[in-house]
Each structure stands twice: as structure tokens, then as C-alpha cells.
Design a protein around this ligand. Sequence first.
Ligand code: ATP
Length: 490
Amino acid sequence: MSEEIFKKVVSHAKEYGFVFPSSEIYDGLGAVYDYGQNGVELKNNLRQYWWKSMVQMHENIVGIDAAIFMHPKTWKASGHIDGFSDPMIDNKDSKKRYRADNLLEDKINRYEKDGKTNKAAELQSALDQALLNNDLVQLKSLIEQHEIACPISGTRNWTDVRQFNLMFSTEMGAMAEDADKIYLRPETAQGIFVNFLNVQKTGRMKIPFGIAQTGKAFRNEIIARQFIMRMREFEQMEMQFFIRPGTQKEWYEYWKKARMAWHAKLGFGSNKYRFHDHVKLAHYADAAVDIEFDFPFGFKEMEGIHSRTDFDLRNHQEHSGKKMQYFDAELDENGKAYGNYTPYVIETSIGLDRLFLATMCACYKEEEVGEGDKKDTRVVLNLPPILAPYKVAILPLMKKDGLPEVAREIMRDLKTDYNCFYEEKDAIGKRYRRQDAIGTPFCITIDHESLENKTVTIRYRDTMVQERIAISQIREILAKEVSWSNLLKD
Ligand code: ATP
């Protein structure tokens, strides 16, 4: 899929109420977006897919909802105050700021697209090495060697590469003093770590077990690009899985496989995903991999799986002075109890907004329909039915002769279980197209025959096939097609 299609996805998202720029009447706010009436439904459904598969489908994983504000010591302990920064570089002509590693990644993608695989591999390895050594001079020199120009000014007049901390801060309380400085969380994970013992004790959880959370995170990204791909306010869905030290390799492999299988179930095509191992590891990790998605602008990270060792719990123990240990009463092969230890952690962390964008890109289709004079293009979002904002549209053919009354009765029956869209206006063809564009999998049309024999027409979004069915059959069809088990079962 090309950049051209990406532009269409972005304007489609706005035109059909999925995503709007934030505070648009004031010309928007950089890299902040609002979800509209259809977007919020799709986003909620994607969140539910994650939550159900993590929490509901696992007896040993529970959820929490921690506050966005946390004690400032949290971020000292987690390493974010000292180490959560990105290498940035400015173009002196356009005055635009970029992430040095992103500029180089884009170049690698371009080499790959142009079939220059050797060059791509060579640059990838040089980039990994520079990141690993935190070598800012080398990053700049790679940008120069590969003749990377600013996309705005087109020049190669660059500043040096510098580090830039990504956390937003604010003050708590009426008197703004330095001691009152607090941060907007840059990740949801720390809310899980500080609650580790609360959940373990009150939930009587036994290792291995997980704690899951979804919620907002904030990062003052140097450069925000590609629509909702990189935002300053975004949503994460994270799960920390607490394990015995020494078992991290097998659990890391387990979650890598499990998370890839979760993505595959969405049905967007296995060629759309790949693993990308991290060479430069974050300050907390002993192994890390990204699941990348083939966005229209190239393969980019959608989810990270990290083996975080005992870094976080150990540091919270040190900074808070509170024990963050687990007593393992199970016996090892020598018949001795494992006893007290600080658990190790495997984390899975996915951005909900990136998942939303991947879903929109994968499901946006333009299709030629009709013949001869009637030839036309329709835009359809072929979302998995359970994820669609509306599951069914109820459309009386006319606004008279008792058709709306029958339609309303059907709506009353279905709306307790399914999000239904009701519409009387416009020609039926136009109404079908609008539903295609927001991904509604089924349209139910009520006509004069419905009054005589209690039947309706059901139209299927993907095939556009229309069938006459009894009103009493609607629920049966929906129950089969619009079901979480279609996505969740093994
Ligand atoms: P990137 O390298 O793209 O900045 P990251 O490695 O910093 O991402 P993590 O800290 O691992 O990301 O966060 C986990 C997930 O959160 C990412 O895989 C991504 O889906 C999402 N995410 C991170 N930053 C953003 C952002 N600025 N906007 C939207 N989603 C984000």
C-alpha cells in the first residue's frame, strides 16, 4: 500500500468521524488527536479485544486501573528521569527537529523498497551499533554519509545530535515549588509495578501471574509524524508477567509467540507482521523485540515485548524502602522451597492508537463495483464484525406506510445486544455506501413485503449479497457472525 492510500485513510478517518485533530478550531495541537463518534467505538472494541484475550482468557492475569499521576520518586526509581530521552537533530534551514534514529530508519526502509538490501543491512547494523554505544557523533556522521536531507527544506544543514527528555511535567498543589513537580506518566507499566504487592496479596496470586492495564501515557515526542502513529498523548495496553528468576528466556519466547498469534487472529495477513530484535536495549531490559506492522510508510513498531529482569521491582524497593518480594512456597527439584525473591518480569506493551491505525490501513479498501454506466468505486472498511463501530444498520426503505414502525421494533429488540445504526433518509444505495465506509457488516432493509410476511433483506458488507430472511432469523445470523469467540478461540 502506498503513501497515496495513507493520505486517503487519514482523510477518510476525518470525513467519517473516526479521528479529528485536537482543538481543530484553533488550528489543532501538535500530535494530539481526538476520536470521533465512530473512532471511539472502534477503539473501545480494539481495547476490549486486548483486555478479553489478556484478562478474561487467562486465569492467572488480572487487571488494574492506576492513576496517571504518580509519586515523583517513581520516575527516579524507574530510570525515566535520568534515562528517558531520544537523540534529536535540527535542520538549520527549516528549523524542524527530528529523531536522529528515525531519519536513519526511514533511509533503511527506502533502501529496502528500492531493492538495495545490502545497503539497508549495512546501515541497520551501523545504526544499532551507534545506539548501543549511545554515540551521538556517529549518529550525525551516518546522517551525513547517507546524504539524508530535511524533508521540509531539502537541505543537509544539520545541528549536532543531542539528547532530549520526553517526560511532561506539571506542579501539584497551589504553591508551585520545585518539590511539587510531578510528571504525566510516560508509560502505564509503573502503575503496575508499584501495585505488585497489593494485587499479589489481595488476589492471592501465585507466580507466574500477570497484571494488565490500559490507559493514557504522555511523551513530549521530538517530532510527531504519520498521524496517530506518534502522538504526545496516547494509550497503551500493557501486561507485566511476574516469573521466577531464571525462567525469563522461556516466558519471553512464550509471549513472543502468543502476541504474534493474537495479531494474526485479526486476519490482516501474516505478511504484514515481522519481529525486530533490539540490539540497543532499554535501561531495564535483558532482551527485547518489537512486533512491527507493515504500515503504508513501511514496517514500524506496533508492540514491544521486553524481558525487564527484576529492574523495576528492585529499584522501587530501593527507593521506597518497602520490600517488593514474593514468597514462593513451591519446592524445587531438591525438595527445598524457592523462598523469598524479587520476581523477574516479561512485559508486553502495545499502543492502542497504533493498533487502531494498523486496523484502518489494513481494512480500508477501494473497490470497483457495477457495470457499464453504473460503474463506480466504493470505499469499504472490512473490519472483523465484532470490531465494527456498528454491527447492523436498520434501514426502512421509505419513511411512510408503517415501514419505520417495523424498523423501530427490530431496532428495539437488537439494540440491547448490538450497537445499531438507524437511518431513514436518502436512497438505499447511498445509505449502503455510508455503512460500507464505516465498516457496518450488516444492513437490514425493511420494505412493503416486510409488512406482509415478516421478512427483511439482509445485505452483507463484504460480498454485497442481499438475501431475504425472516425477521426472526436476524438474531441467529448476528449471534454467529458478531461474536468475541470468533477472535478469541484457539
Ligand atoms: P518508538 O520507538 O516508536 O518511539 P518505543 O519503543 O519508545 O516506541 P515503548 O516504550 O516500547 O515504545 O512503548 C510501547 C508501545 O507504545 C509502542 O510499541 C507503541 O505502540 C506505543 N507508543 C509508544 N510511543 C508512542 C507514541 N508517541 N504515540 C503512539 N503510540 C506510542
